[in-house]
Write a new protein. Structure first.
Length: 571
């Protein structure tokens, strides 16, 4: 969409929070300044590799270009606060001489925020800037073009709570006359890079602004070999300052009431979990603040000091956030019913930002959109993983096209090895290890639960209320596919104390399972292959080929993941 079209959308949805797109001239200045910082080694030395580094320039054929060595600056993490349509991050990412590893944003306008999530190139760490915690996160570069009416509290909060190496702000030219802003500029090196206006911008305005660069001061030191170096001073970051301010000096801090800390996650909805998280977070901080009331003698006897307390608080907060995010995935049954254990764990590990991402309803909504965006690629992966986990020498049959197999017995033996293409039998025995100490309500750590997930993906929904009895007494358990399949048996199982599971799978469902795996692995190329390899009528083969069994979640099908349009939040 054009800028005017975007503005109309924002206006219609009442989401226009003073969005004035950053001009190309401002972005170009930021780009040139970053390249100059790299070139002058203001950033980019080896001790700063967690934040910046440089690499040799290569031509398109992979060879080195000696004239451009060390001209590519790598920014580890970039945060755009008020990201809008993402133009700043994208233009800098594509600029010559600059690469960005991880791109993050904060954006409150829902049309922009949802679009950023669906494009999957900028990860949102929050929607409302003033409700997004910054102290427990670190970024190489922060950029922000704040709303003019809020630029003062916006700027002060970034200066007080954000941890960064370099920050660029687009602020009204009167910023230098603001005493509160200037007071918080004290710990930094600040430089005005230029004066600009929006008269020729995508959304014209008379406002005149400065682009300012705020650089964290470097400190000098000596490494283990005695060589001098300069590095950014991260020994005390914004989080440390906040903790020291609230804990006090361990002398005459006021006594505070320590609330109950040992709370379990409620068995309610998302709103309950968010309320529980906020209460537990407040209790945690209150507990640490209460340490300030202890006499220094007691603190010394306990071998404690402020630095240890700060490290422990950071660890506990990260664990609290991580715990609630994992619990959320456990409770969102609409997500769990579509994910095997391995897929679920992989998706969680891919979003490492859960360690610091604020736990609130806006971010839960964003994560659900992220799941929708990434689900399709995981659907195929998990169906193949489950198929392979069930593959055993006794329960596979080679394709007829495997000539050297079809001449004698089709069974898989050690002498013959596994065929390149094969069919999985509908009767089989597999291992079913049960973790009796699992905290997961669904016990999503067995092949049986994964098999249910795959069958749902194939269009045979097994309801959540048909739970597995893991008593392993050998009794027959039957699971059914509901919906359009008229309550037919999907599979039966007997569990034994030797951790074996004896499975009998519906032959029609097993055919669909085999065909989908063959389709994904390019073992078959059309209906004729299905007729030949699976001994099915031509009409059935055409139907199987034209109507893939994998029911993929659509990009905008939020309702399938428990989105409640009436409340405008995840249910």
């Amino acid at each position: 969409m054009t800028t005017n079209q975007k503005i109309r959308v924002l206006t219609q949805t009442n989401e226009d929070f003073e969005w004035y797109p950053t001009t190309d001239a401002i972005i170009e200045t930021v780009k040139n300044d970053l390249c100059a910082l790299f070139k002058n080694e203001t950033v980019g030395r080896w001790r700063d590799r967690d934040f910046f580094y440089t690499k040799d320039f290569r031509r398109d054929d992979g060879s080195y270009d000696g004239s451009k060595k060390k001209q590519i600056g790598i920014i580890r993490s970039f945060l755009d606060v008020g990201a809008g349509d993402g133009r700043v991050c994208r233009q800098l990412s594509g600029a010559e001489g600059i690469e960005i590893d991880d791109r993050y944003g904060i954006e409150i306008a829902q049309p922009f925020a949802d679009d950023l999530l669906m494009k999957d190139d900028i990860f949102l760490i929050g929607r409302d800037f003033f409700k997004t915690s910054l102290m427990d996160k670190r970024f190489s570069v922060i950029f922000s073009n704040p709303p003019y009416s809020k630029y003062e509290p916006w700027t002060i909060r970034l200066l007080r709570e954000a941890n960064f190496c370099v920050m660029y702000l687009v602020v009204p030219i009167r910023w230098e006359h603001n005493r509160e802003i200037m007071r918080h500029m004290g710990p930094y090196d600040v430089e005005t890079l230029g004066e600009y206006d929006f008269l020729d911008g995508d959304r014209p305005a008379r406002a005149r602004v400065n682009l300012i660069r705020i650089l964290k001061r470097r400190k000098k030191g000596n490494d283990i070999h005695g060589y001098e170096y300069e590095d950014f001073d991260f020994e005390e970051d914004a989080f440390d300052r906040w903790i020291h301010e609230h804990i006090g000096s361990f002398e005459e801090a006021e006594l505070t009431t320590q609330k109950e800390k040992d709370l379990k996650l409620k068995n309610g909805d998302i709103a309950d979990m968010v309320e529980n998280y906020e209460y537990e977070m407040a209790s945690l901080l209150q507990a640490f603040k209460a340490l300030g009331s202890l006499p220094s003698r007691i603190v010394d006897d306990l071998g404690m000091d402020k630095d240890k307390i700060v490290r422990q608080i950071k660890k506990n907060i990260a664990e609290l956030k991580d715990k609630h995010w994992h619990a959320t995935f456990d409770k969102l049954s609409a997500i769990n019913s579509r994910l095997t254990k391995n897929t679920r764990d992989e998706m969680l590990s891919r979003v490492s930002e859960f360690k610091t991402l604020d736990f609130n309803e806006d971010n839960i909504y964003s994560i659900v959109l992220w799941v929708i965006k990434n689900f399709n690629k995981y659907t195929a992966q998990q169906i193949l993983e489950v198929f392979d986990s069930l593959t055993s020498p006794e329960y596979i049959k080679a394709y007829k096209s495997n000539v050297h197999w079809s001449k004698d017995d089709w069974r898989y033996t050690k002498d013959k090895g596994k065929p390149d293409k094969y069919v999985l039998d509908y009767r089989l025995v597999t291992r079913c290890y049960v973790d009796r100490y699992s905290n997961s309500y669904y016990q999503r750590d067995t092949i049986l639960e994964d098999l249910k997930v795959v069958f749902r993906s194939l269009g045979y929904p097994i309801p959540e209320w048909e739970t597995t009895d893991y008593s392993q007494d050998g009794s027959l358990q039957e699971f059914h596919a509901y919906g359009g399949h008229q309550n037919e048996a999907a599979f039966t199982v007997r569990l034994y104390k030797n951790q074996n599971a004896h499975l009998k799978i519906n032959e029609k469902i097993m055919l669909r399972f085999n065909v989908e795996v063959a389709r994904l692995r390019k073992w078959i190329n059309g209906p004729k292959d299905i007729v030949r390899e699976y001994d099915v009528p031509e009409a059935e083969a055409i139907r199987l080929w034209k109507n893939p069994g994998l029911l993929k979640i659509g990009h905008n099908d939020i309702l399938q993941l428990g989105f409640s349009p009436g409340e405008n939040k995840c249910a």
